[in-house]
Design a protein around this ligand. Structure first.
Ligand code: C2E
Ligand code: CA
Ligand code: CA
Ligand code: CA
Length: 281
C-alpha cells in the first residue's frame, strides 16, 4: 500500500506543481486586477421562503476576465486571504456593493428596502481600518446602516480578539447587522452565540441538501431553528434547490432562504428587474 501511495504521489506531483504555479500567477495578477477594476460583483436574492418575496441580496465576488477563464471565488478568495490582497479586494467589494444597493433602493422605493449582505473574511475583521472602511462606504453610498449585513464565519468567533469585539460592538451601535455564514460547519460553541451580538444564522447548504429525505438532517435543522428562536436570531437557509426543501422549511418555520430554486446570483440590473416585479405586486 505504501508503494502504491508513493507511485500515486509521483503521478500527481507534476499536476500539483502546475497548480502551484497557477496559484502563484493568480496572486501576482491580483494587484493589477484590483487596480484595473477587473473584479465584478453579482447578487443572489435572499427571499421570504413562504411568500417568495426578495428581502435582500448577498454580494458575491467574480473575477471574469482572466485569459485562462473565470476563476471561482472559492479559489481566489482563499488566495487573496493568504496574500493579504483580501483587505484591498474586500474594501472594493464594500464600496461597490453599498453603492449598487443604495442605487437600487433609490430607484425602486419599497416600504421595506432590500438589504445588502457582504462576506467579510477573518483577516478583514482584524484590520484596524475595517470599521472606518464600513462607515466610509455607508456614507459614500448613502446606504442606511440598518440595511447592511456583514457575514462572518465561525472561525472568526473562535479567533476573537478584543479589537474584533470592539469593531463588532461599534458596528452594532451604527445599526449594521451581523450574520454567521455557513453555520454548522465550524465549531462555534453555544457560548459564542450567547455572548456575541449576532443577528442572523445562515444554515449551511450541507444541512439543507439532506432534507426532506434524511430525517436526521431535518431534526438538526429544526434544532437550529429552536436554538435561534431562543436566542432571538433570524435564520436563513442556504442552497435551497428543490421545491420539497422549500415546503419543508416553510412547514418547520424557517422564514428566509437562498438558493437556485429561487434565483441564482445575478447582475445588479437583473436584481433591479426582480425588485420591480415585487414592487408591482
Ligand atoms: P458563501 O458565502 O457561502 O456563498 C454561497 C455560495 O453558494 C455562492 O457561491 C453561491 O453562488 C452558491 N449558491 C447559492 N445558492 C446555491 C444553490 O442553490 N446551490 C448551489 N450548489 N450553490 C448555491 P460562490 O459565488 O461561488 O461563492 C463561494 C464562496 O466564496 C462564498 O460562499 C464565500 O465564502 C466566498 N466569497 C464570495 N464573494 C466573496 C467576497 O466578496 N468576500 C469574501 N470574503 N468571500 C467571498
Ligand atoms: Ca456568505
Ligand atoms: Ca454560506
Ligand atoms: Ca461557503
Amino acid at each position: 500500500a505504501k508503494a502504491a501511495g508513493k507511485r500515486q504521489w509521483r503521478r500527481f506531483e507534476p499536476q500539483q506543481r502546475v497548480r502551484m504555479v497557477e496559484r502563484h500567477d493568480l496572486k501576482a495578477q491580483m494587484d493589477g486586477a484590483i487596480a484595473r477594476g477587473e473584479f465584478a460583483l453579482c447578487y443572489q436574492p435572499v427571499v421570504d421562503i413562504a411568500a417568495g418575496d426578495v428581502v435582500g441580496f448577498e454580494a458575491l465576488a467574480r473575477w471574469p476576465h482572466l485569459p485562462t477563464g473565470p476563476v471561482p471565488p472559492g479559489q481566489f478568495i482563499p488566495l487573496a486571504e493568504e496574500s493579504g490582497h483580501i483587505s484591498m479586494l474586500g474594501a472594493w467589494v464594500l464600496h461597490r456593493a453599498t453603492a449598487d444597493i443604495a442605487r437600487l433602493q433609490r430607484r425602486i422605493p419599497l416600504p421595506a428596502p432590500p438589504y445588502l449582505s457582504v462576506n467579510v473574511s477573518a483577516r478583514q475583521w482584524g484590520d484596524m481600518s475595517f470599521l472606518d472602511e464600513v462607515c466610509t462606504a455607508l456614507d459614500a453610498a448613502g446606504l442606511v446602516p440598518g440595511t447592511l449585513q456583514l457575514e462572518l464565519t465561525e472561525s472568526v468567533l473562535m479567533q476573537r480578539t478584543d479589537q474584533i469585539d470592539e469593531v463588532i460592538r461599534e458596528l452594532k451601535e451604527v445599526g449594521v447587522r451581523i450574520a454567521i455564514d455557513d453555520f454548522g460547519t465550524g465549531y462555534a460553541s453555544l457560548r459564542y452565540l450567547r455572548d456575541f451580538p449576532i443577528d442572523v444564522l445562515k444554515i449551511d447548504k450541507t444541512f439543507i441538501d439532506g432534507i426532506p429525505q434524511d430525517s436526521q438532517q431535518v431534526a438538526l435543522v429544526e434544532a437550529i431553528l429552536r436554538l435561534a428562536d431562543t436566542l432571538g436570531l433570524q435564520v436563513i437557509a442556504e442552497g435551497i434547490e428543490e421545491q420539497e426543501q422549500r415546503e419543508l422549511l416553510a412547514d418547520i418555520g424557517c422564514r428566509f432562504g437562498q438558493g437556485y430554486l429561487f434565483a441564482r446570483p445575478m447582475t445588479v440590473e437583473e436584481g433591479e428587474l426582480v425588485l420591480r416585479q415585487r414592487a408591482r405586486g
